[in-house]
Write a protein that binds this ligand. Structure first.
Ligand code: GLU
Length: 270
């Protein structure tokens, strides 16, 4: 099936953006990227899509705001950085989205909100109500209070849980790499971008494990895990580079950017 035809069935889209897209290597926020991201999401909503943004970067933004010389190592320090940084992040999203006339709402979740049916139900209600009100939900893990043992831990997985819980049609993971490659592109020049994945098998898992490609929390392995979760709910998933010009709008127009993962059967096919 052509991507364009596949996308015709898509209405609800979860977009996850990583710290490396939102911040410069200096650790400071990348306003340009945040502006481009919010503009594209606002435009998607104008086109009639329901959009949900899962954002990382709270701890990173907190480190910048607190002027910490090194990344916090202890749990209470990470929690403190997240508490400060989450506010910084939301302030920026509020500023940029309101430029485009959009209303946002913050949802902070953690593992229990996906593992426990009652919690899942309450979270789902919150998302559904916000979407009905034309609000763009902005999601992150509640890093200020959760500890490693009970955390989802990475936003690739978290965004897939969100996608499955609210029956989204498509999950887009924006990363600092163009997609899944046949080998580690940093080490092997002839590594090729895989355009479509129809089946996640052990060979692919082994490939993703080898490709320690990313700077942030998730690598390819967590992205593949995210794909398994999202696809099990009947959604499509795309990994693409967050720095590619107009990446979201071009994906939604059917351009073959990034790596597309196909579920065995999409929910719209019954
Ligand atoms: N929740 C973390 C943060 O906002 C990020 C987790 C991740 O990057 O996957 O800093």
């Amino acid at each position: 099936m052509e991507r364009k035809d596949m996308l015709k069935k898509v209405k609800r889209v979860v977009v996850k953006v990583g710290t490396s897209t939102l911040t410069h290597p200096t650790g400071h926020m990348n306003f340009n990227q945040i502006d481009l991201l919010t503009r594209q999401l606002a435009d998607m909503q104008n086109q009639g899509y329901e959009v949900i943004l899962v954002t990382s970067g709270a701890i990173g933004a907190g480190v910048g705001k607190l002027n910490l010389k090194v990344k916090p190592k202890t749990i209470p320090e990470k929690q403190a950085a997240a508490a400060v940084g989450q506010g910084v992040l939301m302030h920026l999203y509020e500023k940029f989205f309101s430029e485009y006339g959009k209303i946002i709402g913050q949802i902070l979740v953690t593992n229990v909100d996906f593992q426990n049916e009652k919690h899942r139900h309450h979270a789902r209600n919150s998302f559904e109500t916000l979407l009905k009100m034309n609000v763009i939900p902005i999601v992150n893990e509640n890093d200020a209070v959760v500890v490693d043992e009970i955390k989802v831990g990475d936003n690739d997985t978290l965004s897939a849980f969100v996608c499955r819980n609210i029956d989204a049609d498509l999950l887009i993971l924006l990363s600092d790499i163009d997609g899944l490659y046949s080998d580690d592109p940093h080490k092997n020049e002839s590594a090729e971008l895989i355009q479509t994945v129809e089946r996640i098998d052990d060979d692919l898992r082994a490939l993703a494990k080898g490709a320690g490609s990313e700077l942030a929390t998730g690598g390819m392995a967590t992205k593949l895990r995210a794909a398994e979760i999202a696809l099990s709910g009947g959604a499509y998933m795309i990994i693409a580079n967050g720095s590619t010009d107009k990446v979201l709008n071009r994906i939604m127009a059917g351009e073959r950017l990034g790596t597309l993962f196909l579920p065995e059967s999409h929910r719209s096919q019954g």
